[in-house]
Ligand binder design. Structure first.
Ligand SMILES: [Zn+2]
Length: 134
């Protein structure tokens, strides 16, 4: 992947983290008080910043930020945009829509089919457990 493309993904992801954080009033207040700009999500400063504010975030937002940081890590490692199953390149269109994805569309579909096939098993087990407690 070209360095300028990588950089544009990084910018996009940093922007997404900022949007997420700014959607909570507490964080805006914190940032205004400290009078600092948003740290780079790969920096140690962000680790500390994220730790400080994470208690005020909803689980969904925390999860999203964690995923974005995972993507940043993969960008730095050079594995971003490569399918973890078949090792082929994931299409840029797919990455733009779902930057956190680690699967190409073919492998994703295969995984979803597998998950659908497995879904009936835990449900029948939990129903069984429930009956046993009666
Ligand atoms: Zn694949």
């Amino acid at each position: 992947m070209k360095p300028e493309v990588v950089q544009s993904y990084k910018n996009l992801l940093t922007q997404r983290i900022q949007d997420l954080l700014l959607s909570t009033g507490h964080v805006v207040q914190t940032m205004r008080d400290s009078n600092e700009t948003m740290p780079d999500p790969c920096d140690q400063a962000f680790q500390e910043f994220f730790h400080t504010i994470s208690f005020s975030l909803r689980d969904k937002d925390r999860q999203a930020i964690r995923e974005i940081r995972e993507v940043m890590k993969r960008i730095d490692e050079g594995t971003f945009g490569i399918c973890r199953m078949c090792k082929k390149k994931i299409s840029e269109k797919r990455l733009m829509a779902h930057p956190a994805t680690t699967l190409c569309i073919d492998c994703k579909r295969r995984e979803e089919t597998l998950q659908l096939n497995h879904r009936t098993i835990p449900e029948s087990f939990s129903a069984f457990d429930w009956n046993m407690e009666q």
